[in-house]
Each structure stands twice: as C-alpha cells, then as structure tokens.
Design a protein around this ligand. Structure first.
Ligand code: ZN
Length: 310
C-alpha cells in the first residue's frame, strides 16, 4: 500500500473561452491566478492556474481553454463534481454572490452532514462549495471576498462511475480509507492529507458515459512531497499492474499519469518545486511564462493568445 499521497494536488479541466474562464475564477470565485502559461503539448492554448496565494497543492484548479471547444456532456467515467472548502456559516454569502452574478445551477443541500452550494462553471462544469469546520488553510482575498469567507482550497471531488469496486480498491491502495456512505455515494478520506482529503464515489449504473469537452475535468492530480516519493509511488502502481507514464517535467511540479479502471485519468504530482520557481510570489500569474523550449517562439505564441485581464 502507498502511504505517501497527501490529498489532491490540482484538478485540470477544459474550457471554451480563456477570458470568461479567467473572469469566473478570479472575479466570481475570488481565487488568485497563480500561473499564466501555455499547454506544454500545444502552445497555442493557455494553461491557467488558480489557487491560493502561493498555489499550494490542494488548492489549484487549472484550465486548458480551447477556443470554441464543444461543450461536454456529463455522465459516468469522470470527475462529476469539484468541491471547494468554505468556512462554516458562509454559504449564504456565496449563494447571494452567485445569484447576483447570474451563476448557473445554484442549489443548496447537505452532503455527509455539511452544507453544500452546488453551481456550474462557465461551460457547465460541476462545482460545489462545502462548508468545512476547522480548515486552517488561508484563503486568497480580494474582489469583495474577505478572509472570513474565502475559499480555502479543495475539500475533495466526486467521481461518477458505473460501478465503484475497482476504484475503491485503487483508493485503498493509494492510502484512502472508506469513511461513510450516503445513498449511492461512498466517501473516502486520506489520513494526514493537505485539506483536499475526500473522494466521493457515486455509483450510477444507469447513467451513460460522459463525453469530454469544455466543462469536463481532464484529469485529477494527487500530491506527493517530492520526486523520491513519486518514484516510489510509480513503482508501487506499476507493480500492481497499472500502466504509468514516465516522469514528466511540468516546470512547477513533476507529473506521472495513469488511467484508472473507472475511466478517470489520475496524475501524481510533486509539491516541489512550486509556482514561485520562475516568478516571485508577489507577482505570480501576471506575466506569460513559457517552458524554455518555447521561449524562442514567444512573439508568435503571445500574438496567438487572447490577452487576459490582470
Ligand atoms: Zn495535471
């Protein structure tokens, strides 16, 4: 069994419009844009990262905005809901804010005893804010979002699956413990995590498979402290029969990827070196940062990207 996973690292989704994506995450949710770079496999597309002040693992939502990408159709075999933690007693602040800003799909209910505010992102992305007690992570403030109400980072994610057994087994292997069951949803928690600690598995045997597009999660990344731990995790996964990619340098972390039995793409990402690797914390996310191999094409790449509001 693996004991080095510390919760989520980041969640990466796809969008259809970079400017709207940037506006929603910075203005509406009040997150900080901590990196403005390009898709390392396709530099005509941005890769935008939003999180807390430093882009701490467990807080980072990232996007590939592909201009005019077709909207996704939700279903099984995907991350169905990305969940952010908010302080207890702040749900009404967020509900009023979302209604005032015409955010889609705003609904309230409870999940595993916590108040939940569900809402949709600009491309129909499934999100929720979950009231969470004793979350000591500091939120990013500004845009009318004070420290008392700010998003703390992810609380977790819900996977929509045809059947959950193989994914349960994988989560156990990754160090997660089965914590609770509510209806067709089983909750897993990782002990000693970074705050982004829960994974909910929804068993939806009659729901058709999702079609990926704008608004769907591309992959979900789990955190390990460093490259040494990552290699241990990689070996453990491969010894168990998973096909795992070689280690890939993503400039701000090191990544390995593998496809899971339920269809969701998992990544294991290192907490090192972090987003202040190539710009200081005070100015994170403002300048366009390129991996060194694209630096000589900077003029063309910049000319091809829509300018974003600071
Ligand atoms: Zn990733």
């Amino acid at each position: 069994m693996i004991r080095d996973i510390k919760g989520l690292h980041h969640i990466t989704s796809m969008a259809s419009d970079a400017r709207e994506n940037n506006r929603f995450f910075t203005d509406t949710l009040g997150l900080r844009r901590v990196k403005k770079t390009v898709n390392f496999d396709d530099p005509s597309v941005y890769h935008l990262y939003y999180g807390d002040e430093a882009g701490t693992p467990g807080t980072v939502m990232t996007y590939f905005p592909f201009p005019n990408m077709m909207t996704s159709r939700s279903g099984v075999g995907e991350v169905g809901e990305t969940q952010f933690a908010i302080p207890k007693g702040t749900l009404s602040f967020w509900k009023d804010r979302f209604l005032a800003q015409a955010v889609a799909g705003v609904e309230t209910d409870t999940v595993f005893g916590a108040n939940r505010l569900r809402f949709l992102g600009p491309d129909g992305d499934g999100f929720a804010l979950i009231e969470t007690a004793d979350d000591n992570r500091a939120g990013w403030t500004g845009q009318g979002v004070g420290d008392d109400v700010a998003i703390r980072g992810f609380s977790g994610a819900r996977f929509n699956l045809h059947e959950t057994a193989a994914t349960e087994e994988l989560l156990h292997f990754m160090g997660y413990e089965r914590a609770d069951v509510e209806g067709d949803v089983t909750r897993f928690i990782i002990p000693g995590g970074n705050g982004a600690d829960t994974i909910d598995l929804a068993a939806l045997p009659k729901v058709p498979f999702a079609r990926q597009g704008a608004g769907s999660v591309h992959h979900i990344a789990f955190a390990v402290e460093n490259r040494e731990k990552q290699l241990e995790v990689r070996k453990a996964l491969m010894d168990t029969g998973y096909q795992v990619t070689p280690v890939i340098d993503r400039d701000y972390f090191w990544a390995i990827y593998f496809r899971t039995p339920g269809g969701i793409l998992f990544e294991i990402a290192t907490n090192e070196p972090g987003f202040d690797r190539d710009e200081d914390t005070a100015h994170l996310g403002q300048a366009l940062k390129l991996p060194s191999r694209y630096e000589e094409f900077r003029d063309q790449i910049e000319a091809n990207l829509e300018p974003l509001a600071a």
